[in-house]
Design a protein around this ligand. Structure first.
Ligand SMILES: *Cc1c(COP(=O)(O)O)cnc(C)c1O
Length: 364
């Protein structure tokens, strides 16, 4: 524990220490089982209990209605870019994609291989530095679904409202980088999906929450592993599920419940982000790259206001040496990115803020 540093990685990302400690404690042998979670049959009663508990805790955490199915799949959020249109974008229909960044571009690209896509609300002309406003969004009446990306991991922007979609149009959300970072109204969505490795657990497991009636759209001829209906019918165990990932994800869900659930996570994330943006706004030495009303609570992107890349590089280098890892921004934005997901400790924000102020005193 003494040698853990502050991990600002955008993903895979920091996990709660109590979860890692429990994994470590039970890694060789689960209590009462005498084998590790990686060595037991997924058809064993032990694993069935683990996956059932993980699902129950996610349902409790997010208040998932009974009319929704919770799936644990593989292939990351990126496979959902394909699986989603293969199941839901049926012949003769159009899917709307809200184009708020790099990841929605990737999602729309796969959907275009399947059917008709209407890309709308693009803020590309502004470098994706903001979320589109309602009047920039032009939806297709009777669309198969509307796809949004709730948090733009690379650009550091986040939706702080849900887009208004028609009453009969399912809203689909790629929530990979802000899932369960605060309260969520699952009932306003048709599908929510997220690769686990940012806010939920290790890589290798993808959470999909899907409204039951949408399963009827999965064509019978679909490849078996790519069918939501088949995955749901088989309780995510048509084949061997990502057992270790499901186990850790379950522990993370339990940890979130113990913190007070999503309202508590939301309050903590607001407080953490406010401290960091407060420091960025304090003197103008730094420039947050996201427009104010679109700022992400999860990925805080910023540059040196002077535009001096050597200064940015020096900051990242010195910060790394001081025990703040993963602050280099994505090449598309440049500068710095501090990813401060649920499990990122508030003490790490306090120490980074102090380090930034000291760096500015020396270089400003
Ligand atoms: C990281 C990320 C992805 C890609 O996730 P994989 O699980 O690696 O496929 C997709 N969407 C968003 C918003 C992301 O942050």
């Amino acid at each position: 524990m003494a040698d853990r540093i502050f991990n600002f990685s955008s993903g895979p990302a920091v996990l709660p220490l109590p979860v890692l400690e429990e994994v470590q404690r039970d890694l060789i042998a689960l209590p009462g089982v005498g084998m590790s979670v990686m060595e037991i049959s997924h058809r064993s009663s032990t694993f069935e209990a683990i996956i059932a508990q993980a699902e129950a805790d996610i349902r409790r955490l997010a208040g998932v209605p009974d009319t929704y199915r919770v799936l644990f799949l593989q292939g990351g959020a990126s496979l959902q870019f394909s699986m989603l249109p293969m199941n839901l974008l049926t012949e003769g229909t159009t899917a709307d994609y809200l184009m708020s960044g790099y990841w929605p571009e990737k999602a729309a690209k796969e959907a275009r291989k399947v059917g008709t896509v209407n890309e709308t609300g693009s803020t590309k002309a502004d470098g994706y530095s903001r979320i589109p406003s309602d009047d920039e969004i032009h939806l297709t009446p009777g669309a198969a679904y509307v796809h949004m990306t709730s948090n733009n991991t690379i650009e550091g922007t986040e939706w702080h409202r849900l887009p208004v979609v028609g009453p009969d149009v399912p809203l689909v959300c790629d929530a990979s980088s802000d899932i369960f970072s605060g309260p969520v109204d699952v009932a306003k969505h048709g599908v929510i999906y997220a690769g686990a490795q940012k806010n939920l657990g290790p890589s290798g497991v993808t959470l999909v929450i899907i409204r039951e009636d949408l399963l009827a759209r999965s064509a019978k001829g679909l490849h078996t592993m790519l069918s939501y209906a088949v995955q749901a019918e088989n309780g995510s165990m048509y084949n061997t599920p990502p057992a270790f990932g499901v186990y850790v994800l379950g522990l993370v869900a339990k940890w979130m419940l113990a913190q007070g659930g999503l309202p508590a996570m939301g309050a903590l994330n607001e407080r953490k982000a406010a401290k960091l943006y407060g420091e960025l706004d304090r003197t103008g030495f730094w420039r947050p790259t996201a427009q104010r009303e679109s700022r992400s609570l999860m990925n805080v992107t910023f540059r040196a206001t002077s535009g001096d890349e050597a200064l940015e590089n020096a900051f990242v280098k010195e910060a790394t040496a001081a025990g703040f890892d993963g602050l280099k921004g994505h090449r598309a934005v440049g500068g710095m990115r501090a990813s401060i997901y649920n499990a990122f400790p508030e003490a790490g924000i306090d120490q980074l803020v102090a380090f930034m102020a000291e760096f500015e005193r020396r270089k400003g």
